[in-house]
Write a protein that binds this ligand. Sequence first.
Ligand code: 3HC
Length: 697
Amino acid sequence: MTELLTQAVSLVALGDIMVATADNPPVNALSHSVRAGLSDAISAFEKNDAARAMILVCAGRTFFAGADIREFAKPMREPLLGEVIARLDGCTKPVIAAIHGTALGGGLEVALACSYRVAVASARFGLPEVKLGILPGAGGSLRLPRLIGVEAALAMISEGRQIDAAEAARNGLIDAIVGSDLADGALGFARRIIDAGGDIRRASELPIPSFHSALFETARASMRKRFRGYVAPQKAVDLVETAVTMPFADAGEREYATCKELLGSPQSKALRHLFAAEREALKIEGVPADASLRDIRKVAVVGPGTMGRGIAACLLDAGLSVVLIGLSDESLGKARSGIARIYESALKRGSLSAEEIERRLSRLTLTQSYDGLADVDLAVEAVTEQRDVKAEVFGKLDAALRDDAIIVTNTSFLDIEELASASRRPSNVAGMHFFNPAHVMKLVENVRASRSAPDVLATITALARRLGKTPVMVGRSEGFVANRMLSKRTREAQFLLEEGATPAQIDRVLSGFGFPIGPFALADLAGMDIMAAARAARLPRMSDREKSCNIVDRLVAAGRLGQKTGAGYYRYDEKRTASPDPEADTILDTHRRDRGIVPREISDDEILERCLYAMVNEAAKILEEGAAARPGDIDVIWTSGFGFPSYLGGPMFHADRIGIQTIKAALDRYSALVGREYFQPAPLIERLAAEGKGFYG
Ligand code: 3HC
């Protein structure tokens, strides 16, 4: 008879095998009721002389996905996870973890403390704590290296790398892969263990496998480079080193203390905020959580340029069929080779096999015709950013597609409302704003028009997720959210340059803040012709000062297009290493002279504040207009799209940490220095500052 031990854990005896089942939707987080239930199950198992093995399994979609993140901000209630795990480790009869879904963090730590682990073939395993700015705190760093080897464990702990069941079976993390009926497979496994004598095996008692003496130093250097600014990956290396060099109990204490310390750190708070914000961003106003999704199998992409190719590649990667429509054989030929190049580099990296690439390319059709699109479920318009060109494509798609097919535009600044109204299917029109290169960049700003149907919005959100992207729904607004905020940072970087700062100083300040690359190095990488085109598009809406601040145009006129011509803001050697260039200085000096500007010393603080606060001020306007639904959406956009350091939680979270009153005072200061039209505090900032609140209350 099944006995309910707590709200979340039940226990049943099937002959001499007991089965403890945890059921704590949605992801079986190890909340208090689960920990208490597990503890009770262990007691009942140990007390029951007839029971010779116990299986630990989870109901629902996954094995334990880790400690309950929602409990982190509250005082912990006993039994703590470490206590439950110590009891599992101390069991005098075998306990078998039966795993499906994802065994993550504390969930994997529970499994590691069992005698045996079996899993279905689709299961995945990981210690992703580092992504939340913390580290395993319940024995993961101690048991994993003993089971799978020090180097493999170090990679999983310091990078949060997940592995699949096949790899886990190879490296010794699990003992068997069972068939799709997990309960049946686990019972069969338990029976074999009992029949073989019921041995218990404790990972805690295994010897430490040998490892290379330089392993930890090399890992530290690599972490410093790959995770610049992040605290936890560095500490992970120290922790694993401790785990394999100190006695088990001492290392366990150190592990717990490190996890606890990191839990209170600003970085962990910021990363946990983003974890929640990313999930919150998927909740879209007016779209029920269970909205029906339209079936998307075949997609037409109109426009075979850089964006169209990247979008086509990620659709192919997600298993969809793609019709890429272009105007000429030449443009389609270029698109075909562009897509082939994307796959060639995947082949070189070893991330895709030639056969898999062949399979993906077999789902691609290139054509100049809009005929035969009746089986297309969604079309992405990715043609040049000209209203009349886009309107013409919309007209053709309207005529060629089924009535229920969705049309999305990839426009980055045209008015989606206008495009939707001109269509005969406005409820089936929305935006999907990909970023270049579309097959690499995570962020997709999905754009809702006033008449976009809820199921269309739900479908494009699901589609973006299927492409492995981070979608955020935004509303009508010129440049949407990411580019609109970026344009303010770009403006300030240009103003600072003409006022006397150097590209190297501004780049140093912003990359020192945590951006992966400074704005001028980035411009040189993107190409000055691209920057000039973007500037030309915005010119009609620029202030007089912005119009005159035409350093980009001067660089283009001098043939300095960036890395591709060996010179832009910087000079580049054949290895593309940048160095300051006196010729660029001369162009800047001439610009300042022509504008009558006497250069001044500009402090690093001023650079950072002007670049950052101009963005935050714009974000406040975006929030007030409703173009972004929540401050968290803006944090997700900037951390997943434009390299805002995740360990600072995004621009809005970071602004709250600085304090809105401090930001308002700075905006007032820069209003006086640079001009009120650029720095007048947004009404939302005025209000929050007056109320002593932040964006997050
Ligand atoms: N605690 C509490 N809630 C959690 C959770 C956790 N560990 N993991 C996920 N959730 C919640 C999500 O917030 C979301 O809530 P919502 O429906 O209210 O938005 C819901 O569960 C579903 O999550 P997802 O939308 O992410 O569902 P997916 O199916 O896409 O992904 C998953 C499932 C792979 C398990 C993913 O949720 C995930 O990666 N979770 C985090 C895992 C993790 O980081 N574990 C380590 C925790 S720290 C730890 O264990 C410390 C230990 O060492 C002591």
